[in-house]
Unconditional design. Structure first.
Length: 285
């Protein structure tokens, strides 16, 4: 099984002194809301197609299936990039939750471990971040980061611990561009990972003229144009799909380039419109 040619992004690893920088493939597969029983098949297909980066989470209840697909693929561990996430109810038991994730995945380390949500109403994000930093110090998470953290949440953990997240995984797509947050992350060397990079298929995004025009100019689909816009902005993406042909389509975005005018037309689609939960109020535990 040969790997697709996907560029890497270098993640900062601010935890271990002398730790190697961590390379993350800029495109992978996300497995949120993949039906139980389907994840193993889908991850196996993605690995066959040539994906090497998989984004899961304890809260997706499919880490064990991801792990089975990895084991049966026979692909050497160091050729894979596996991300998982600490759930909100586990902020004060990071060591236990991390071990449960490793056991489910059948791995002895992950490449990236993220605090899934800040749940600011509970005041536990700092404890979670300290716990996650310890997993990195133990060498069992090659890089660590957060997800759904707003500027003030990032500022707090950086100020209190001095440990800067390698990445922040946020809802990001042309209808919700998060410019201020992206600028803050850029300033601190925090890589941006987009969740819902295709706006979760919940909008008319692909029908907008900025997308249609670029798609016809380059002979690509709307989804490919949107994913290309992300990668040209330096964002890491892992669109979710249950369909093999879309796995191939979504990865076939490294042979064309959007012009400055096409990028600007997509930038102009920003409506600051989110489809997922608001990190300030999301309270699920
Ligand atoms: P996406 O933006 O990736 O959209 C997924 C939807 O788009 C599905 O309905 C899929 O349908 C459809 N789709 C995929 N490819 C194409 C295509 N080429 N053309 C048309 N439609 C397409 O949303 P997600 O929410 O899944 O985000 C991606 C990943 O981000 C998740 O899987 C998860 O790993 C992560 N995530 C993280 C969150 C967090 O809080 N940290 C929150 C949400 C997601 P179909 O399957 O039928 O192809």
């Amino acid at each position: 099984m040969s790997a697709l040619q996907i560029p890497n992004i270098t993640l900062k690893n601010g935890v271990r002194s002398g730790g190697d920088p961590v390379e993350i493939p800029q495109l992978g597969l996300g497995v949120f809301l993949v039906e139980p029983g389907e994840t193993e098949r889908i991850v196996s297909e993605a690995l066959e197609v040539g994906y090497r980066h998989i984004d899961t989470a304890a809260a997706y209840f499919n880490e064990a299936e991801v792990g089975r697909a990895i084991a049966s693929s026979g692909i050497p561990r160091d050729e894979l990039f596996i991300t998982t996430k600490l759930w909100n109810s586990d902020h004060e038991d990071v060591a236990g939750a991390f071990q449960r994730s490793l056991d489910a995945l059948g791995l002895d380390r992950v490449d990236l471990y993220l605090v899934h949500w800040p749940v600011p109403m509970h005041g536990t994000a700092l404890a979670a971040w300290r716990g996650v930093a310890e997993t990195a110090e133990s060498g069992r998470a090659s890089a660590i980061g957060v997800s759904n953290f707003e500027i003030e949440h990032l500022q707090q953990i950086i100020d209190e611990t001095g440990v800067v997240p390698a990445a922040n995984q946020i809802e990001l797509h042309p209808l919700h561009q998060r410019r201020e947050l992206r600028a803050f992350c850029a300033e601190h060397g925090i890589a941006i990972e987009a969740w819902g990079p295709l706006a979760q298929g919940k909008s008319d995004l692909f029908e907008r003229s900025a997308i249609l025009d670029a798609a016809s100019a380059h002979g690509k689909s709307g989804a490919q144009v949107v994913l290309r816009w992300h990668v040209q902005r330096g964002t890491i993406v892992f669109p979710k799909t249950m369909r093999r042909e879309r796995m191939i389509e979504n990865a076939d975005i490294f042979d064309f380039e959007l012009s400055e005018a096409e990028m600007a037309a997509i930038d102009a689609l920003d409506e600051q419109r989110n489809f997922g939960p608001d990190p300030y109020t999301f309270d699920n535990r």
